[in-house]
Design a protein around this ligand. Structure first.
Ligand SMILES: Nc1ncnc2c1ncn2[C@@H]1O[C@H](COP(=O)(O)OP(=O)(O)OP(=O)(O)O)[C@@H](O)[C@H]1O
Ligand SMILES: [Mg+2]
Length: 371
């Protein structure tokens, strides 16, 4: 898969820009605050329909203007697609090949992003790791995003109901109506997460082992709020969810919260048996994150037959030489990659013949040199 052309109108500090990226490696350089991350954000937005950093859609619209247009031409599986987003304060429209359609059509387009904030995947709260499960692991399973949205909707309705029961505005038997849906969608969410992790973890372990020259073994485990034996079917998980939930119903009524389910689950990440969150060095945590990101590229290729686009925001040059070389080697001529940096030097040697160096200055993008 590759982005062939990106046209921006009023996106962040870009007035109007046309970007014709190289099919392999694109290094985007420039001083601080010139629009490097904004450019990656626009690619991510066009392929996912949301930003990885803006809280509100309107944040991406250039100040003092009222409408953003992102137009992207993507080549995928021998076909060309035109993706267009039109975003204004109240209206957000998505067109695929000129036809307005549902955002879920984008599930087939792959993008993997790695930025310094991703270190929170290791260091942060369980919520950060659930974000990884829902938006990254989940994107490797067709249909996941839909079922996850259904689950979160039922969950919030059930929590509202728990409050209404406390306030005597509703009765306990109303819970049964929501419970079946909660267990059904929740069991599916957990089942799909486990299915993807079963394939992703061995790949991540292999990558991590080779990134560390055989010195480190990565262990990734799904930590569920339910007691789950290995190899359970979706039906089994439903049953466990139902039985466990019944036992804590009184507590849920007291706290007005749904205490069990995939929204309480987490991942454990360890290196040679030691928790990476508490004991891993910065470099180790970065390598774990990198292994989890790169494993997505391989699994995506294995499952769907093509590599997604890779966005690296200020992370490549923070890696040591050996890891940089391994990463470049992995993506070169296979994965279309966009790398931002405010410093260059050295890396161009590794990618001779496979990339272009771009320069961004105050929202203007120019090609600096072709390697
Ligand atoms: N909606 C917007 N309209 C206009 N400008 C914006 C908008 N949102 C952000 N900016 C500006 O865009 C500029 C560039 O941001 P960006 O994050 O892309 O910088 P960068 O080149 O990645 O810098 P760094 O090297 O520091 O990461 C910032 O100065 C920011 O103030
Ligand atoms: Mg930046």
């Amino acid at each position: 898969m590759r982005v062939q052309k990106l046209s921006l109108k009023n996106f962040r500090n870009y007035d109007e820009a046309i970007f014709l990226p190289h099919p392999s490696i694109n290094i985007i350089t420039g001083s601080n605050a010139q629009g490097k991350t904004n450019l990656l954000e626009s690619i991510f937005y066009s392929l996912r329909g949301r930003s990885f950093r803006a809280e509100k859609d309107k944040d991406i619209t250039k100040w003092q203007s009222n409408r953003t247009i992102i137009n992207t031409e993507v080549h995928l599986a021998s076909r060309n697609f035109n993706i267009q987003w039109q975003i204004s304060e109240r209206v957000k429209k998505f067109f695929l090949n000129g036809v307005e359609t549902a955002r879920s059509e984008l599930d087939h387009f792959g993008v993997v992003m790695f930025s310094p904030e991703d270190l929170y995947l290791i260091k942060g709260s369980p919520q950060e790791r659930r974000h990884f499960l829902d938006f990254e692991v989940g994107s490797l399973s067709p249909g996941y995003s839909k079922i996850w949205r259904q689950y979160t909707r039922v969950l919030s309705q059930r929590n509202t109901l728990l409050k209404e029961i406390r306030d005597r505005r509703s009765t306990r038997d109303m819970l049964d109506v929501w419970d079946d849906q909660l267990f059904r969608h929740g069991a599916k969410v957990i089942y799909l997460r486990l299915q993807v992790l079963k394939k992703l973890i061995p790949i991540a372990r292999k990558i991590h082992f080779s990134l560390t020259g055989g010195a480190e073994e990565l262990q990734v485990k799904y930590l569920s709020s339910l007691v789950l034996e290995p190899g359970l079917t979706e039906g089994n998980i439903y049953q466990v969810f139902l039985n466990s939930s019944k036992k804590i119903r009184q507590m849920e009524l007291q706290r007005c919260q749904t205490l069990l389910g995939p929204h309480r689950d987490d991942l454990s990440l360890a290196i040679n048996g030691i928790e990476a969150k508490t004991f891993g060095s910065q470099g180790q945590q970065r390598t774990v994150t990198l292994s989890l990101k790169l494993s997505q590229l391989d699994l995506w290729h294995h499952e769907f037959g093509f590599y997604p686009v890779l966005l690296l925001d200020d992370v490549l040059f923070e890696l040591d030489q050996a890891r940089q070389a391994m990463l470049v080697n992995k993506v070169m001529n296979k994965v279309q990659t966009f790398i931002t940096t405010s410093v260059t030097g050295g890396i161009e040697e590794n990618i001779r013949g496979a990339g272009v160096l771009w320069q961004v200055h105050a929202g203007n993008l120019t090609q600096k040199e072709e390697f």
